[in-house]
Design a protein around this ligand. Sequence first.
Ligand code: SF4
Length: 219
Amino acid sequence: MTLLEAYHRLDEAWGPQHWWPGESVLEIMVGAVLTQNTAWSNVERAIANLKAAGALSMQALLALPLDELAALIRPAGYFNVKARRLRALLEWVSAAGGVEALSGWTDEKLRSGLLGVHGVGPETADDILLYAFERPVFVIDAYTRRILGRLGLIDPTMGYEHLRAMIEAELSPDVPLFNQFHALLVAHGKAICRPRPRCTVCVLREGCPAATPTRLPPE
Ligand code: SF4
């Protein structure tokens, strides 16, 4: 099986995923930080709090005292850490001239700038690059490693950058494809290719070297 074959089977099974849930570049950036180590449902509650407080704007987020920001994003967990990370990201955006100025940066400059921000690792940076700035970078996360590793398409122990470069080299740079593929891997990893995989109902079963045998009903 190739990466593209896996993509098409997942796409047919799951349909359009409409990622990333967020109404603006700023909201996607905020969500990318808040989603670190937590479920998306918790992020939604934190973002709802920010909206209800009228705080989901660059100006408001930068003006809020850190403890108030932390209280608003409490549902996302690690709220003191994430408040500092959000503040660092927004200060960087502001110092760079805002979202519009960043939109004019090259992919490399934008990625390297994001990676220089406190608390922004490769996965968060690539979430922001792909979903907020529509740049052709492939996001690697635990679902990517698990599913593509089980399919034998990647070595799941490879480092982030190596893996990203390998997948990007195999697929042509294509923002809608990368957007939908990552979202499909998350959907499939949550529901089917779980730590204990549900191979019997998996659309990737045919050709998957890690597929567990079908359990036949008793005669
Ligand atoms: S067949 Fe099983 S191991 Fe392979 S991708 Fe599907 S759920 Fe995962």
